[in-house]
Design a protein around this ligand. Structure first.
Ligand SMILES: Nc1ncnc2c1ncn2[C@@H]1O[C@H](COP(=O)(O)OP(=O)(O)OP(=O)(O)O)[C@@H](O)[C@H]1O
Length: 449
């Protein structure tokens, strides 16, 4: 535990500095020394410290000035002022400015140990408190179910979800990749009379035609080689609940006919079976494709389209609701802070400005990935503009990239080359569609052309 507690001693007096550093090191703490205010501030720029011992009197930048800057920029770092006998008043002044305690020269090692232990305890309590605050930070006003958003289009969307949830008609959710279509589908289910039934999602783009058929309809024993057991399909599993067909635009024409029949007759046959099985689910589907164009091209059946699209919901792209960017960024920061246990304080103004200016072709998923990456890689306490510089590096990297990044860029290029056609891109990349799909999700890539 003590190994992770980091201390910086800022004192221009060599003897005081070295004895403090020495004692604290013996206590098992990670300690560094700085010989003046300026050097101390430079170190703080580069690294996080839990505690600073700070001499009040220093020739270059005074202890009081350093204290002010620390409180402004690294609010959660604790500060103990080091003061000479006779200048207690200044120490008290410093405590008014936010110092946690003071240590009067000369001091004994025991005194020091007790003080550090007390502050360590204090820090633990603060961290727990911070965590609690983060957990309740995203207030009800900012989220609906699990959907975070304060913009007008999102407020209108929440209202629409509420209305749509009350009826049982099929819903088609449209929106670019990563806009939160699945979250919307889940929210509709969670507010609907079917909420006690299952929510069964299936990504139609992630299977080959025959696998998709068996996933949806299930199969009987012996219906194909390897079918040693009968299996329920998702249409059956969704009994009493909601079936969510994601990437409906990827469904092959023949299966569109089969599904259309199911929606009309409310009965299915498993693959290889003859038994009529009644099904009862609400259908929500989603697509990032322009289905009217797909119909014109002869890739999507009109009758099927009308069946799906009884109620249509559009989820706007993130660039059309930029007010949501800061709240979403904070929301994801909270999430990844909890996951990584990094004591991050937030975004600085430059970082937020940059996030709000960026166009987010991969929408909320891309923002989520970007915040995760910044949280993992940052060396500072606040996420800064530089932590998001990778967003603007684009497809022409001028500096070496990690293997992961090369993969991300390569897949994005191939996807654009194939105009967003997943099957074609998967073929070119020599991976299967499921793998490609998972990578698209993982990297928050754009699929639509
Ligand atoms: N408004 C939001 N609030 C919080 N998280 C969000 C929001 N919108 C999207 N997300 C998150 O972004 C990610 C992508 O969302 P989701 O999978 O719902 O998008 P999608 O539109 O269904 O994407 P695709 O078209 O690629 O399937 C998820 O991790 C989701 O939790």
């Amino acid at each position: 535990m003590t190994g992770r507690f980091k201390i910086l001693v800022i004192d221009d007096e060599l003897i005081v500095r070295e004895s403090l550093v020495g004692w604290l090191k013996k206590g098992g703490y990670h300690v560094e020394g700085a010989s003046g205010g300026r050097e101390g501030l430079e170190r703080l720029e580069r690294e996080d410290y839990d505690l600073i011992f700070l001499d009040i009197k220093m020739p270059d930048v005074s202890g009081m000035e350093v204290l002010k800057q620390v409180k402004e920029r690294y609010a959660s770092t604790m500060v103990v002022m080091i003061t000479a006998y006779g200048s207690v008043e200044t120490a008290v002044e410093a405590m008014k400015l936010g110092a946690n305690d003071y240590l009067m020269k000369p001091f004994e090692p025991e005194q020091l140990t007790l003080l550090v232990e007390k502050l360590q305890q204090h820090k633990r309590l603060l961290d727990e408190n911070l965590l609690l605050k983060q957990q309740i930070a995203t207030t009800a006003a900012e989220r609906y179910q699990d959907i975070v958003g304060i913009s007008e289009p999102m407020q209108a969307l929440f209202q629409l979800i509420e209305e749509v949830a009350a009826v049982d008609s099929p819903v088609l959710i449209r929106g670019e990749t990563g806009t939160g279509k699945e979250l919307v589908a889940k929210a509709i289910h969670a507010r609907s009379p079917r909420r006690f039934g299952p929510f069964v999602p299936i990504n139609c783009g992630a299977f080959t035609e025959s696998l998709l058929e068996s996933e949806l309809f299930g199969h009987e024993v012996g219906s194909f080689t390897g079918a040693t057991k009968a299996k329920k399909g998702r249409l059956e599993i969704a009994q009493g609940g909601t079936l969510f067909l994601d990437e409906i635009g990827e469904i092959p024409m023949k299966m569109q006919v089969d599904l259309l029949r199911v929606l009309e007759e409310r009965r299915i046959h498993r693959v290889g079976g003859t038994r009529d099985i009644p099904v009862d689910f609400r259908l929500i589907s989603a697509t990032h494709r322009d289905l009217s164009r797909e119909m014109e091209r002869g890739h999507f059946r009109q009758d099927f389209y009308f069946r799906l699209n009884v109620i249509e919901i559009q989820v706007p792209p993130l660039r059309e609701r930029r007010e949501d960017i800061p709240v979403l960024a904070e929301h994801f920061l909270g999430k990844f802070r909890r996951e990584t246990n990094k004591p991050l304080e937030g975004f600085d103004a430059g970082a937020l400005e940059l996030l709000c200016a960026y166009d987010w072709p991969g929408n909320v998923r891309e923002l989520e990935n970007a915040v995760e990456r910044a949280v993992v890689l940052t060396k500072g306490r606040r996420l800064q503009r530089d932590d998001f510089a990778f967003l603007f590096r684009g497809g022409a990297p001028s500096e070496p990239h990690s293997l992961k990044e090369m993969e991300r860029l390569h897949i994005q290029r191939v996807l654009s080359l194939c105009g967003g056609n997943i099957s074609r891109a998967a073929k070119l990349l020599e991976i299967n569609r499921t793998t490609l799909h998972n990578k698209i999700k993982k990297y928050g890539l754009r699929v639509n052309g």
